[in-house]
Design a protein around this ligand. Structure first.
Ligand code: PLP
Length: 446
């Protein structure tokens, strides 16, 4: 494969953009990332004309793939040529909000913003404003965007900002706990409960190699929040309208968070975020409440059209059957390949998410390996070996990921996510052939 043009573009980019990119993870591919030229269905074509089966899918937003179906495309074009934005309310925002409220059980009201980061920043402020408390509990290794309140590392005893530029005082108000550890979070509530404004948690850690919740963990968080008067915030920026279909992960898991943050799919490939929940809570945002929130581009008509038409298309077509079916084929196929070639590794994912984790431990008898799911259960043969926390995934062989991705898979025309931690996404544009090609490439690489 020739990557000459991407190399030239990267050299130019390095002179004018930090690290040559506008978002850190894009530079994770060494010596330089392929520059994208265009997409076609489930494929990406780079600046040198190389074609890949693309499992990055924009890092999640492209539920329908790179080709936008005709009705979605038409609405995007109509709104782009009509203004394209006004700084005034529009009908399409109302329709999108109504759609989300109709499908997501916990959402009565929603505020649209421009990114997942903006959504978690605003949700944090909302929780603090609503409860009059300062502390936020997050999961170690979870990612909620470039949010100063969640860029924290360490544990309850010793913690600090995970980025330069974040005041140490911020970390005092954010308590990281290990995911899937009910005792740890119960202790934190016992000590700080009256100061805790919210727990912010992804239903599945989808930025940490994919870590599934163990049975009962989310129920523990829900109960603790109820007992102490704290808000439960589910960050569904990745899982929203992907895991659990139109009802999102909360309908699949049967948990009703107080506040949900959205992003990615609800913008249909355009910049978006949103904060939804009960009217009593979301209504605390200005101008109806005292928690300031605003944005020039919020509820942008082109984004709203792209997002709403994407969701409508998914509601009216076999989108979730298609993506979840291919997801299952990938996970089952990978499980077979691993059983034969690398039984100690683990397949994780659910619905249209999948990933291989390069753990080094595994059961001796691999005849009953699971192919992913949504709840970790002690009856599963791999229960003991499946990652439970972000740290478990961090301890996996990330170098092996680099070798597999950067050399073996990419050179075979299969584009996996840029590092061990990001999820991989199936879209409506992917086909059975894409799955076959991908499994063949994994077989070869492993
Ligand atoms: N929350 C989660 C769970 C995410 O995965 C991300 C981004 O990947 C964000 C928040 C931040 O979203 P954005 O990159 O749109 O700011």
């Amino acid at each position: 494969m020739n990557h000459e043009r991407s190399g030239e573009l990267y050299d130019r980019a390095l002179s004018v953009m930090p690290g040559g990119v506008n978002s850190s993870v894009r530079a994770a591919i060494e010596p330089f990332p392929p520059f994208a030229e265009r997409g076609e269905a489930g494929h990406l074509i780079d600046a040198d004309g190389n074609r890949y089966v693309d499992w990055v899918m924009g890092l999640g937003p492209l539920l329908l793939g790179h080709d936008t179906p005709e009705p979605v495309q038409a609405e995007i074009q109509r709104h782009a040529s009509a203004g394209p934005m006004y700084g005034m309310p529009t009908e399409i925002e109302v329709e999108h909000a109504e759609f989300v409220a109709r499908h997501v059980p916990s959402v009565e009201m929603i505020r649209f913003v421009n990114s997942g980061t903006e959504a978690t920043v605003s949700a944090t402020r909302l929780a603090r404003g609503y409860t009059g408390r300062n502390k936020i509990v997050v999961m170690q290794g979870s990612y909620h965007g470039a949010n100063d309140s969640t860029l924290v590392e360490g544990d309850v005893e010793e913690r600090g900002p995970s980025s330069a530029g974040v005041p140490a005082e911020f970390a005092e108000h954010t308590i990281p706990v290990p995911f899937n550890d009910p005792e740890a979070v119960t202790e934190v509530f016992a000590e700080h409960g009256d100061d805790i404004a919210a727990v912010m948690v992804e239903p599945i850690l989808a930025n940490k190699g994919i870590v599934h919740p163990v049975d009962g963990y989310h129920e523990t968080l829900r109960d603790l929040c109820d007992d102490y008067g704290s808000l439960l915030i589910w960050d569904e920026v990745i899982t929203g309208f992907r895991v659990g279909g139109l009802g999102c992960a909360q309908s699949k898991f049967g948990i009703e968070p107080d506040v949900t943050t959205f992003g990615k799919i609800i913008g249909g490939g355009f910049p978006v975020g949103a904060i939804g929940g009960k009217s009593e809570i979301i209504g605390q945002f200005s101008p109806s409440g005292d928690v300031f929130q605003a944005g020039t581009f919020s509820g942008h008509p082109v984004t709203m059209a792209a997002g709403l038409e994407t969701l409508r298309f998914a509601a009216e077509n076999d989108v979730y059957d298609h993506v979840n079916g291919l997801g299952e084929k990938l996970r089952t196929g990978l499980t077979e390949i691993l059983r034969e070639r690398a039984p100690e590794y683990t397949v994780v994912g659910t619905d249209s998410l999948f990933k291989v984790i390069f753990t080094r431990d595994g059961p001796e008898d691999v005849s009953d390996t699971c192919s992913g799911g949504c709840r970790q259960n002690e009856d599963c043969a791999r229960f003991e070996y499946c990652p439970k926390t972000g740290a478990d995934v961090g301890a996996a062989e990330t170098d092996r990921w680099r070798r597999l991705f950067w050399t073996e898979m990419k050179e075979q025309g299969v584009f996996l996510s840029q590092n061990q931690f990001e999820s991989q996404f199936v879209s409506y544009g992917h086909t059975e052939e894409d799955v076959e090609k991908t499994l063949d490439a994994y077989r070869e690489a492993l």
